[in-house]
Design a protein around this ligand. Structure first.
Ligand SMILES: Cc1cc2nc3c(=O)[nH]c(=O)nc-3n(C[C@H](O)[C@H](O)[C@H](O)COP(=O)(O)O)c2cc1C
Length: 201
């Protein structure tokens, strides 16, 4: 198993997979990696559908890049609007205040927000996508550490996935994450230099 730092360095987007099953335990650990991710107010808005075998056909019409369906497993990574309801946010916030990790004054800033009481009124905030992104990258790195390959995929039709997987309206499919043993060893893609990404204070 690779260390976290090795996984960060060795990870590549993999678009060609071996026809080899993934041990159940590895899939469990990938889900666990998502579960342990940090999130704003500990709201944990991420939800996942794991498609394997014939179930992958359910998203066949929504996928633009055929390699996605050739992976033995595909996670449909989603957000749940319920995580942004007033009752739930306040419950999570109270936990943080009681645990003394957030002060009452800091919590007051959120309590002052007009939080939605009905799921139909929830507009997912930018932080929801940050939270899901962190959970997904945790999954990616866990998979890499087990020698598995993954690729973030946004090129798909979320509305169609919503329909074919019969996802409720409160669930938004955001990313597809195919997972499998790599059948390619791509070189590192070009990256900006440190000079280019650092802004002088
Ligand atoms: C948010 C996001 C969306 C992406 N969507 C796609 C996609 O739809 N299809 C695809 O082939 N690669 C997709 N990628 C992979 C990028 O092309 C890839 O990360 C980038 O070229 C750098 O290569 P590397 O991941 O091998 O380092 C996506 C990556 C991210 C982070």
């Amino acid at each position: 198993m690779l260390s976290c730092s090795e996984a960060i360095i060795r990870r590549r987007s993999i678009r060609k997979f071996q026809d080899r099953p993934i041990p159940e335990e590895y899939l469990d650990q990938i889900i666990e990696a998502a579960r342990l991710a940090p999130s704003g107010t500990n709201r944990q808005p991420w939800r996942f559908v794991l498609l394997q075998g014939d179930d992958k056909e359910k998203i066949a019409g929504s996928v633009i890049q055929p390699f996605v369906l050739k992976a033995p497993a595909v996670f449909v990574c989603c957000l749940d609007k319920h995580a942004y309801l007033k009752t739930l946010v306040e419950e999570r916030l109270n936990e943080l205040v009681q645990a003394d990790v957030v002060s009452k004054e800091a919590a007051g800033v959120i309590y002052q927000h007009k939080l939605p009481e009905k799921v139909e009124d929830v507009v997912l905030p930018a932080s929801a996508y940050l939270d899901l992104g962190i959970a997904i990258e945790n999954m990616v790195l866990m998979a890499t550490s087990y020698g598995l390959g993954t690729c973030w995929v946004r090129l798909f039709n979320p509305a169609q996935v919503q329909e074919t997987l019969a996802l409720p309206a409160c669930i938004e499919a955001v990313v597809l994450l195919p997972v499998g043993y790599p059948d390619q060893d791509p070189p590192q893609r070009p990256r900006l230099s440190r000079m280019e990404i650092m802004i002088q204070p």
